[in-house]
Design a protein around this ligand. Sequence first.
Ligand SMILES: [Mg+2]
Length: 308
Amino acid sequence: MNIDERVQGGLYGVAVGDALGATLEFMGKEIVKERYGVLTDIIGGGWLELMPGEWTDDTEMMLAVAVGIDHDFRNPVDAIGIEFLRWHKTNPPGVGTTCAAVFHKVRMGLSWHEAAQQLHRETSHTAGNGALMRTLPVALAYSKPEDIVEQACSIAQMTHWDQRAAFTCQLYCLLAHYLIAGDRFRDALRSAYSYMAECLPDDTGLEPMKTELEQKMADPQPTGYTVDTLACALQGIESSSSLEDAVISVVNQGGDADTVGAITGGLAGVYYGFKAVPKRWLQKFNLQQRKRLDDAAERMLKVRLQVS
Ligand SMILES: [Mg+2]
């Protein structure tokens, strides 16, 4: 499979996972079952009262990261920040609390990293999945693992200062990186872990996070905590054999279904490629949505050529 198909697959995978899962966000698994049996189509609704095919903050912030990286791939934080604030100004519904709090501090004059660090000191609660849901473009644009580790951390820390947010973003992007290279899922995960162990100092708490993640994969819970969310996505892909099945299985657990769907869809998209995205889901996106995703794919491929 060529790289274009994997890059496009990843971006569309995030978008379909988000749009499918948004219907079920904040529902318990039992309610989902009672109301939908198994939800397999993008129908909109949910607490945000979406149109069928409408996506949420997950896809918007991912697109912002893609555009920002294209504008300044060597030092993308400020360029991404401009895109975040531009989007936030449109008054979108359902912005995560951590992101909203950091946006406010940045508007008051702090830099992105200062703002995120200050919020972490104030709340000690910045390990939500709001950084993970937007991180995929790092794996699409940068082709060297050292760049991926650095940028995934730096972009996560624009809002989520907790080390577990950075770790999950780094692991997710490295995993996507090895999947793009054509590895099988288990091999890619093993390579991602060993690369992180190699390049991070021993005292960073990587081992405890790895242990926690592996325990959670045995009984994944779709909460908003970044380690839980990643565990759901990894387990969803490991226990299925297509993008469609992986995304359907994770979103029907309810909870933070749009984000779990987005994160699963992104990985499954680079793994199985764009052609694996069901046509009936793609048809729910309008021309403008398709254009934005295609444009982001082009930008990622362009940066990839420049950095390599
Ligand atoms: Mg969302």
